[in-house]
Ligand binder design. Structure first.
Ligand code: ADP
Length: 289
């Protein structure tokens, strides 16, 4: 019940049926209007609460990013000194150290190199969105061509057939777009395995009008659908083949793409290659793929 409508009359005769019906109808309309007003108030309060929670969450995320940044940054200095000392030991005391000692020293250096890579990746992850760099028109064709040129040697050595279709110009921070393509392409190369005809394809299409949809496809080892979400989380590696990596690459890609207002996902099955697709808002550019 939302209220009581009290109607009285000073006529001697009672209300007629059609008057009662009319009053009931009026009562119903008033009831619905009151309920609507209540619902509207409730939904406005919910929106306000949601906005406040989102803001709190963003603030917590910023805090976490800055914490990760500080920790990674501070870890770098002692690590570099550790690496330097181990290198010095190997260099200057090589004659005095037996084979076993040299082997342990080399392993120590390899582990600290791996830790350095991890720290650099974590720094990159925590810096996204805080670089203060301005967005600009970035030709994806150019970005991908530069990468193909950079990896010419490994592409030729592994006999990979690379197809780069016509790609759009994206509106975004250049270093971020370069990072997205670097990570996706290097994964495509890393996780190719040993197919008879290794191939990587990079392409794009017009998404839903407001978005471009770009993809990087390979015919490598593929990913079991049960890991399709997991691989985008920090430190998640499937270790199906022995390759170097920290498990941060796809987390970086996801943070950049989502920060730009896009979405990323993978289409793949184990042993059947993988296609990573991401959308990117057209923003200020209207260049068609
Ligand atoms: P990393 O390559 O350093 O391990 P990433 O975050 O880039 O970390 O990738 C996470 C995991 O996702 C990888 O360890 C790998 O198991 C899987 N993966 C990524 N890209 C591919 C791909 N193109 N084909 C198959 N598996 C992939």
């Amino acid at each position: 019940m939302v209220g009581i409508l009290n109607i009285s009359t000073n006529r001697p005769i009672p209300f007629e049926d059609r008057e009662v019906q009319l009053l009931q109808a009026i009562g119903n309309v008033i009831g619905v209007a009151l309920e609507n007003a209540q619902l509207f108030e409730d939904s406005e309060r919910l929106v306000r609460e949601l906005e406040a929670t989102t803001e709190q969450l963003s603030a917590k995320n910023r805090e976490l990013d800055s914490f990760v940044y500080t920790v990674s940054h501070d870890l770098k200095a002692p690590l570099i000194s550790l690496e330097g000392m181990a290198a010095l030991l190997l260099d200057e005391y090589a004659g005095k150290l037996d084979e076993g000692a040299q082997h342990y020293l080399k392993r120590l250096m390899a582990s600290s190199k791996q830790m350095e890579t991890l720290i650099i990746d974590l720094l990159t992850l925590s810096r996204i969105g805080r670089e203060g760099r301005a967005a600009e028109a970035v030709s994806l064709n150019q970005v991908v061509d530069d990468l193909i040129l950079e990896w010419g040697e490994i592409i030729r050595a592994k006999k990979i057939r690379v197809t780069r279709h016509e790609l759009p110009t994206l509106w975004g921070v250049r270093t971020q777009i370069q990072q997205v393509m670097t990570n996706l392409l290097s994964n495509a190369v890393k996780y190719l395995g040993d197919p008879p005809d290794p191939a990587i394809e990079i392409g794009a299409k017009d998404g839903d009008g407001k978005m471009f949809e770009c993809y990087v496809q390979d015919n490598g080892i593929g990913i079991d659908p049960k890991y399709h979400e997991k691989i985008f989380e920090t430190f998640q590696r499937l270790k199906e083949i022995e390759t170097e990596g920290t498990g941060v690459g796809l987390a970086i890609v996801k943070k950049i793409v989502e920060g730009a207002g896009g979405r990323i996902w993978v289409e793949s099955a184990k042993g059947e290659g993988a296609t990573f697709r991401f959308t990117w808002p057209k923003g200020q550019t209207e260049v068609k793929p």
